[in-house]
Design a protein around this ligand. Structure first.
Ligand SMILES: Cc1cc2nc3c(=O)[nH]c(=O)nc-3n(C[C@H](O)[C@H](O)[C@H](O)COP(=O)(O)OP(=O)(O)OC[C@H]3O[C@@H](n4cnc5c(N)ncnc54)[C@H](O)[C@@H]3O)c2cc1C
Length: 441
């Protein structure tokens, strides 16, 4: 790889590293190239997919970077380990792609984001190879490794990574609940997480998303019997009686290798009641887990039916979580790009921290024919501006790419950008790796 990059640099050939190709913010496009006539090469890393070693004594494993999620996880599971990294794009994304986009898996509230799971990296750059030290618990000056987290292919090609592994959990249980509103569910999570509940997967759906899930689930079941209908009616009465006619569904998965998860579950259930909620059956979480990688497959069918679909995500401190949901709903209702009668605005919280949460929004609205791109731009601008004005970040896990670059450049501190440009100049003096991306050189 060093040789390819060296030669490409000598001949000014532009290189785009390609992992799984699942990026959703335009990282892989080269539309804004200054030198339009430059030769461009895409390096497909998928053949670099070997397990190099598992070190059980140190609980680490080294892989080539082009390995896909399921292949990596299978290799670890066979030895009793897991990485615990399951982004929704798990089936088609790669270890290298996760690292350079700072990906978050669905279980990252417990396992950590990918940057928490990496022990060391081997990175090929046009200036040579960097092999970061093989341990992270030292105090030997500045650690260079984090520079590559989020570098989106601009500083070098990650060729190998040593990751921190865990034993496969022996105890696993779901705690589910219904809350009268999104705010009560957010308060529940804030208190739970700040008082020692450590779930792997968490999800709090707003009332729209809960209603859609419940409709999809009921349409899957066979012809309902008289007793099932009776049960449904009884459920409706109980929900109304508990003030839960438009409930918000909460699911959390507790998993552990060692001691049992029961005490956390008891505590979490007492908090559900404290926030006016009702404990719901564990099966809801198990069913969600079974189908968790399937929903994105609906996107293309919807687009074919001229339904605009997009998802956007941000990290928000707790004090802004509740108003972010309300403000976004209000702003969308005012926008001409969103059809407030026919459109759907769904929200959920997908990762929680002591300090705040990742909020994830999904939009469906009729496509405005012949102005699809403008419609997308209007909605994207609206949402990103609401994020920025309400203490949100540009992204929690999708990265910067081309789509978020203007906000990244506007909101980054100028000196930090200059430092990053200087690093880029040192590692990639001819600017052949994803030029124009991130810090815009
Ligand atoms: C349906 C769907 C669901 C998603 N869900 C999640 C989610 O839950 N969590 C999440 O974090 N993300 C999610 N994503 C976004 C995406 O999957 C992640 O950004 C993922 O980390 C990208 O990995 P990849 O291997 O596909 O990288 P690519 O898309 O191939 O590349 C992304 C960027 O990284 C660069 N690159 C790739 N590999 C390397 C390498 N080895 N060295 C240097 N540069 C490299 C590329 O040049 C590009 O700039 C989702 C995407 C989709 C389509």
């Amino acid at each position: 790889m060093d040789y390819i990059l060296l030669k490409a640099s000598e001949h000014n050939v532009i290189i785009t590293p390609f992992g799984g190709g699942t990026n959703v913010v335009g990282s892989l496009t080269n539309d804004n190239l200054r030198n339009k006539s430059a030769i461009r090469i895409t390096i497909n890393l998928r053949e670099m997919s070997k397990l190099i070693a598992i070190n059980g004594a140190e609980m680490t494993a080294t892989f080539q970077s082009g390995i896909l999620g399921p292949v990596l996880e299978k290799a670890l599971n066979e030895k009793g380990y897991t990485l615990g990294h399951f982004p929704q794009s798990f089936e088609y994304s790669t270890l290298g792609g996760w690292i350079v986009t700072r990906s978050a898996g669905q279980a990252s509230t417990m396992y950590g984001k990918i940057e928490d799971l990496v022990e060391s990296l081997k990175v090929a750059t046009p200036a040579g190879t960097i092999h970061t030290p093989n341990f992270t618990h030292d105090a030997v000056g500045i650690n260079i490794m984090p520079l590559f987290f989020g570098s989106e292919g601009t500083l070098g090609i990650v060729t190998e990574a040593t990751v921190k592994i865990k034993k496969i959990p022996r105890h696993k249980r779901w705690v589910c609940g219904l809350f009268p509103n999104f705010e009560a569910g957010a308060d529940f999570f804030q208190e739970a997480i700040q008082n020692g509940v450590k779930p792997s997967v968490i999800r709090l759906s707003d009332a729209n998303e809960t209603a859609l899930f419940s409709k999809l689930a009921s349409e899957k079941s066979e012809e309902p019997t008289f007793f099932e209908n009776l049960k449904k009616e009884a459920q409706k009465v109980v929900l109304k009686w508990k003030n839960l006619d438009h409930p918000c569904l909460m699911m959390m998965c507790l998993e552990q290798f060692g001691p049992n998860t029961a005490s956390q579950a008891v505590f979490a259930k007492s908090l559900i009641e404290k926030y006016g909620g009702m404990v719901a059956p564990e099966i809801i979480g198990k069913k969600w887990e079974e189908g968790r990688f399937k929903t994105p497959y609906m996107r293309d069918t919807m687009m074919e039916h001229r339904i605009f679909v997009d998802t956007m995500e941000t990290y928000v401190p707790w004090e802004n979580v509740k108003e972010m949901h309300a403000i976004l709903g209000k702003e969308l209702a005012k926008s001409k790009a969103f059809n407030k009668e026919k459109g759907y605005f769904l929200a959920h919280i997908s990762h929680v921290y002591a300090s705040g949460a990742c909020m994830y929004f999904t939009l469906f609205t009729p496509m405005q024919i012949n102005r699809e791109i403008e419609q997308w731009q209007e909605l994207k601008n609206l949402i990103m501006n609401v994020f920025m004005e309400n203490n949100g970040t540009i992204s929690h896990h999708h990265g910067v790419g081309a789509d978020h670059q203007k906000w990244y450049l506007k909101y980054s501190d100028p000196l930090s950008l200059e430092v990053l440009r200087a690093v880029k100049k040192q590692l990639d003096p001819k600017n052949i790796l994803n030029p124009g991306k991130l810090y815009n050189v």
